[in-house]
Write a protein that binds this ligand. Sequence first.
Ligand SMILES: C[S@@+](CC[C@H](N)C(=O)[O-])C[C@H]1O[C@@H](n2cnc3c(N)ncnc32)[C@H](O)[C@@H]1O
Length: 464
Amino acid sequence: MNLFGKQTVSMTWDFPEANIFLETVGGYLPAAQYIADCVETLPWNVEPGAASQANAASNTITAGKVVSTDPPYYDNIGYADLSDFFYVWLRHAMRGVFPALFATMVVPKDDELVATPGRHGGKDAAELFFLEGMTQAMRRLAEQAHAAYPTTIYYAFKQAETTELGTSSTGWETFLEAVIRSGFAITGTWPLRSEQEFRMRGLGANALASSIVLVCRQRSIAAPSISRRDFMRELKDELKDAVQVMIGGGEGVSPVAPVDLAQAVIGPGMAIFSKYSAVLEADGSSMTVHTALTLINRMLTEGADEFDADTQFCLGWFDEQGWAAGEFGKADVLARAKGTSVDHVRDARVVEAGYGKVRLLKPAEYPSDWSPLKDNNTPVWEAMHQLIRALRNEGETLAGTLLAGMPDRAEPIRNLAYRLYTLCERKGWADDARAYNELITSWTGIEAASHEKGHLGSQTKFEM
Ligand SMILES: C[S@@+](CC[C@H](N)C(=O)[O-])C[C@H]1O[C@@H](n2cnc3c(N)ncnc32)[C@H](O)[C@@H]1O
C-alpha cells in the first residue's frame, strides 16, 4: 500500500503515490540529494541568516528591507490544515525543546490568509476575509519595504474559470485587488518556469508551467485617473508588443508556454491598469479588476487579420465547428468574408469539401510526403499543422527540416499556435490545446534542428 494511500482525512486532496525506494521524485535518495545540493552552495563565510515567524498583516520585520515574497494562493492549499497532519506527532517529540512553537494543541489557524469556506462560514465570507487580510498584509509591505527597491511577489495560480466570454479567476482577481488596493502599482511581471511539470496537479491537465513574479512599487499619491476609452487605447497600443516579446522569446529567454500566456499577459495589462488611481467607467464608477482582466484577456484573441485569408477562414471555421463537418453554405459565407473561397482553401488541402459539407482536416490526415519547397499554396494554417504532424510522428528533427524550408513562416506559425491554444482552452478542447502547447514547448529544439539543416537557399545541397 502507498505510504499515505487513499486515506480519508478531513480534507479531500491529491494523494502521494511516491515509492520512497526509487531514485525518482519522492524517493528518499533524491530528496536527500536535493538538500545536500543546497547545503553545498550555502555561503558559509557571510553573516548568518535568521528566521522568525510573524503575521504578515502586522509584521515589523520587513521595515526598510528588500522584500521578495511567496504569499498563499487564495484557496489552493490549506497549509495550516496540512501541517496538523505532522504537527501532532512533532509536538509529542519536540514540545520540550521548542515550548513556544508547540504551545497549542494544533496549528494556529486564525491568522492564516487562505479563502477557506468551511473556516469562515461560506464562500463569500472566505473571499472577504482573504481580500481584507491580504490587502492589510500588502499595505504593510508597501509602507514598510525599502523605497529604493521594488517588492517582488510570486504568484502561481492558473486562471480557473474559462468560458466563451473569456478567462477569469476569483483567486487572481481577489489577490490583484488586494495588491492594487494596498497602494502598490504593478510595474512589471516576469513569467518564471518554476513548478515541476510532473507534479500531481499537472498530470492529465494543462496545468500551469510558470509562476509569475509581480514587480511592485508604491503608487504615487498624485497618480491621475483615466477614462475607460483611453485605457482601452493604451491597452491596444502596448499589449500587442508585450505579447510579441513573450511569445518570441530571445537570446537565452524561452518563449512563454501557451498554457501560461493568459496569465503572463495580465502583467503588462495590470501595469497599465494599476498606474492610475482609477479607470473611470462612463457612469463615473471605477472599473473593477474583474472587468480589467476580461478586457486584457480579450486582447489575446484579437488581431487575426495578421494571417493570410485561408488561415483566417480556417480559424473562424475551427472556432465554429472544431474538426466536425459543417454546412457548405455557412463555410462559403465565412470564406467570402475573409477574402477567399472554399475552393481555394480546399486547393490548399486543409479542408475536405463535398456533398454540401466542409470539414477541416486533422494533422494526422495531412500527407506525410509534404514539402514546403514543392507547395506554392501554403497557408500558415497548413504549415503549422504539418509541423505538428511531423513533430508527433517523427520528432523535432523532421519538424526542423520542414521549418528550414519556410524560415519566413516561423513567426506566424508560432503566433497561430498561441492563438489556437487560447481558443481550445476556452472551448475546453484539452487534447487539441495540448498539441499546440507541445509545438511551442518544442520550438527551441525545432529551430535548432532547422538551423542545423540550413535555411532554404543558403545550402545548395539541401534535400527534403
Ligand atoms: C505559497 S506558501 C510559501 C511557500 C514557500 N515559498 C516554500 O517554498 O515553502 C505561502 C505561505 O504563507 C503562509 N501564510 C499564510 N498566512 C500567513 C500570514 N498571515 N502571515 C504570514 N504567512 C502566512 C503559509 O503558511 C505558507 O507557508
